[in-house]
Design a protein around this ligand. Structure first.
Ligand code: FES
Length: 285
């Protein structure tokens, strides 16, 4: 599949024609007649590469909708469908970094051209994902999928091996797996978001987890976290530029007797204080 597109327009005829034109071109296409529903769909399926939206819709206008889309997915490409836009709305749309716009009514050829351009733009802006998802990785992922393809309940083991291979499960990997196992992307995304051992964020070679559960918190684990943040110069959920360390906070690691607790990879360190936390970090330098 060339990528996933979400089309939002209150006119059914527009939704139907986008589907009819784009699907044979190799795109996954979801449609919605309501901006509120489309935002929920984005929550359920984080892997859209492109959102094509009307500017005038009942309930929520296109500008407000695009603003919310940007909050959810700063990197997604947006194309605006519009009849006669005002200078004001075009200015606002450009400020929201639309890739292009489609004047209504649009021809199939123009829709395909604009979608193609927006997809290329989307690939360029999703750099971290592209870095991890090389052709070599994609080929190895195919090997994993082929080993499980015919077995029932194959999704979880495939996701586990894919996470071991890539380090995390970005949208491109989820789409690849959905395609390979012939499952909807939303199902793959649902499983990835449900189980805490799957992650959609990249991790460093050493993953540092600081417990902020009650037993650790009362023993000032927040100060440990602050110290590690300062030393690594990253925030929770981030990775150092050399990808050596990533930092997470967690709620109870099940070792409350050792509070406050820091876990690095699979090693549990108990009775940690801010100074000891830096010594621990040095062991993994
Ligand atoms: S609260 Fe930290 S290990 Fe339980």
């Amino acid at each position: 599949m060339k990528g996933n597109i979400l089309v939002v327009d209150d006119e059914q005829v527009v939704l139907k024609s986008c589907e009819r034109i784009l699907k044979p071109e190799g795109y996954g296409v979801d449609t919605s007649g309501s901006p509120a529903e489309a935002l929920e769909m984005m929550d359920r399926n984080g892997s859209y590469d492109l959102v094509i939206t009307d500017i005038k819709m009942p309930g929520m206008d296109g500008i407000e909708f695009m603003r919310r889309v940007r909050q959810k997915r700063p990197d997604v490409s947006i194309v605006l469908i519009t009849g006669y836009p005002s200078q004001e709305s075009i200015r606002e749309a450009l400020a929201l970094r639309i890739v292009d716009y489609l004047p209504k009514p649009f021809s199939p050829a123009l829709l395909i051209e604009v979608a193609q351009k927006a997809m290329e733009f989307s690939k360029k802006t999703q750099k971290p994902e592209v870095q991890d998802y090389t052709e070599e990785t994609a080929a190895k992922l195919d090997d994993i999928i082929n080993r499980y393809k015919t077995k029932p309940g194959s999704l979880i083991p495939v996701l586990q091996e894919a996470q071991e291979l890539v380090g995390y499960l970005p949208p491109a990997v989820q789409r690849h797996i959905a395609r390979g196992l012939n499952l909807p992307v939303s199902e793959v995304h649902g499983v990835v978001s449900f189980y805490s051992f799957f992650t959609m964020k990249p991790k460093g070679r050493h993953n540092v987890r600081v417990c902020l559960g009650t037993a650790c918190y009362v023993k000032r684990s927040e100060e440990i976290l602050a110290k590690l943040r300062d030393r690594l110069k990253i925030d929770i959920g981030e990775v150092t530029p050399d990808r050596k360390f990533s930092l997470e906070s967690v709620r109870c690691l099940g070792a409350c007797g050792l509070a406050p607790v820091v876990v690095v990879d699979k090693d549990t360190h108990g009775s940690v204080n801010p100074v000891k936390a830096l010594d621990i970090l040095a062991q993994y330098e």
